[in-house]
Design a protein around this ligand. Structure first.
Ligand code: NAP
Ligand code: F7E
Length: 343
C-alpha cells in the first residue's frame, strides 16, 4: 500500500528537500502551507505544477488546532513531519510571544490532533519533531549529544525545548511513535537569506559582480557545526522507519566560525573577506550561542546515517548557486538600462 506523509513547513528549506526525498521513495506527499498575499512556494514549484502535481498542498497554520485536526482526518497520513516554526533566532527576541505560540504550542496542537485521530481511527500515525541544537544554547559539555542538558539562550531555543519535551511526554504518556531529531545547523542554496551562511554567499557573489559594496554582519566569532540540509532530511525519514521511537543528534562533528565561513566563501570567489565585511552591532543578539558542535554517533550506529557533504563542498554549492543568481540579476540590470537609454 502506498504510504502517505504530511509535512508541516513544506515551503521551507527542509520541507522542500524532504518532500523530494519522500516522493522519490514512492510516498503520496501532502504539505501544509500558510495563506499569504504572495505564493511563497518558490522552493517547491517543481513539485506542485504540471499535469500531475507530485505534492498536494493544503492551507493550514500551526496556530489553528481545529484546522490541523480536520487536515489529519482528510489526508489520513501514516507519517507526520513537523518542520513548521518561526525558525529565526534573532527574530524570536523581537517576537517572543508569537514564537512561543507557533514554535512551542503549535507542536502541542499537532500532537493533540494526532492523539485524537489515532484514538478515533485506531490507526498509528508516526510523528517527527524538528528539535534543534539551539536547545543546548550555553553549552554545558562539548560535543553535545542526546544526553547533554539543555540551556537555551533565546525565545526560539526555549520554544524548541518545550516542543521537544512535549513530544517525549506524549510518546511516554500515550504510546505515540514520536521521535525528535536534534539537528545542528544545516544549510543549502535554499536556505533563507537572513540566516548567516546564505547572507554571506548572496552578498559575496553580488560583491564579486559589482552589484553590492559591503556585507554587514554581527558576531564573526560564533562557531557552528554546519551540514547540508539535503543530507539531514534523510535522517528524519530514517527515524520514523525504526520500530521504536527515539531522539537523535544529527550533525557533522566539525566546527567552523562565521569568520571561517566568510573566508572560505570570499576565497572561493578570489576575494579577501576583510576588504568587504563590516561589523554592524544591530546583528548582535541579546544572548549569544557561542559554540555548537554535535556528536551524532547514535544516529550513525542506530540509523546508519552519516553526512555525505563536506564543509568545502557545501560552501562551493551555495556560492556557485548564488553566483548564477547574481549573474542573472546583472544581465537583467544591463538589459533594463540599455532599454531605458534606447527608449
Ligand atoms: P524555514 O526555512 O524557516 O521554514 C519554516 C517553515 O515553517 C516554512 O515553511 C514556514 O512557512 C513554516 N511556518 C512558519 N510559521 C508557520 C505557522 N504558523 N504555521 C504553519 N507553518 C509555518 O526552516 P528550515 O530551515 O526548513 O527548518 C525546518 C525546521 O527545523 C524548523 O522547525 C526549524 O526550527 C528546525 N531546525 C532548523 C535547523 C536549520 O539549521 N535549518 C536546525 C535545527 C532545527 P512560510 O514559507 O509561509 O514562511
Ligand atoms: O546564525 C551569527 C549569529 O541565524 C548563526 C536556525 O536554523 O540554526 C539556525 O539558528 C550565527 C549566530 O543561525 C550574523 O549571531 C553573525 O551566532 O545563521 P544563524 P542560528 O542562530 O544558529 C539553528 C540550529 C536553528 O534551529 C535555527 O532555526 O551567526 N551571525 N552575523 C549572524 N547571524 C545572522 N542571522 N545574521 C548576521 O548578520
Amino acid at each position: 500500500m502506498q504510504r502517505r506523509a504530511l509535512i508541516t513547513g513544506v515551503t521551507g528549506q527542509d520541507g522542500s528537500y524532504l518532500a523530494e526525498v519522500l516522493i522519490a521513495k514512492g510516498y503520496e506527499v501532502h504539505g501544509l502551507r500558510r495563506r499569504s498575499s504572495t505564493f511563497g512556494t518558490e522552493r517547491i514549484e517543481h513539485l506542485i505544477f504540471g499535469d500531475e502535481p507530485q505534492l498536494h498542498l493544503h492551507y493550514g497554520d500551526l496556530a489553528d488546532g481545529n484546522g490541523l485536526m480536520r487536515l489529519l482526518r482528510e489526508v489520513e497520513p501514516h507519517e507526520v513531519y513537523n518542520l513548521a516554526a518561526q525558525s529565526h533566532v534573532r527574530v524570536s527576541f523581537d517576537q517572543p510571544t508569537y514564537t512561543a505560540d507557533v514554535t512551542a504550542v503549535g507542536t502541542l496542537r499537532l500532537l493533540e490532533a494526532i492523539r485524537d485521530v489515532q484514538d478515533d481511527t485506531g490507526r498509528q500515525i508516526r510523528f517527527y519533531q524538528a528539535s534543534s541544537s539551539e536547545m543546548f544554547g550555553k553549552v554545558v559539555e562539548t560535543p553535545q549529544k542526546e544526553t547533554t542538558p539543555f540551556y537555551p539562550r533565546s525565545p526560539y531555543g526555549v520554544a524548541k525545548v518545550y516542543s521537544h519535551w512535549i513530544t517525549v511526554n506524549y510518546r511516554e504518556s500515550y504510546d505515540l511513535h514520536a521521535s525528535c531529531g536534534i539537528l545542528f545547523n544545516h544549510e543549502s542554496p535554499r536556505r533563507g537569506e537572513t540566516f548567516v551562511t546564505r547572507k554571506i554567499t548572496r552578498a559575496a557573489t553580488r560583491i564579486k559582480l559589482g552589484l553590492q559594496d559591503k556585507l554587514y554582519l554581527g558576531n564573526l566569532d560564533a562557531k557552528r557545526d554546519w551540514g547540508f540540509a539535503g543530507d539531514y532530511v534523510e535522517a528524519m525519514w530514517l527515524m520514523l522507519q525504526q520500530e521504536t521511537p527515539d531522539d537523535y543528534v544529527v550533525a557533522t562533528n566539525e566546527l567552523y566560525s562565521v569568520r571561517d565561513f566568510c573566508e572560505k566563501t570570499f576565497g572561493h570567489l578570489g576575494l579577501n573577506y576583510e576588504d568587504h565585511v563590516e561589523i554592524d552591532p544591530r546583528y548582535y543578539r541579546p544572548a549569544e550561542v557561542d559554540l555548537l558542535l554535535g556528536d551524532s554517533i547514535k544516529a550513525y550506529t542506530q540509523l546508519g546515517w552519516k553526512p555525505r557533504t563536506s564543509f568545502d563542498a557545501l560552501v562551493a554549492m551555495m556560492v556557485d548557486h548564488d553566483l548564477d543568481l547574481a549573474q542573472r540579476e546583472q544581465v537583467l540590470k544591463t538589459t533594463v538600462s540599455a532599454y531605458s537609454k534606447a527608449a
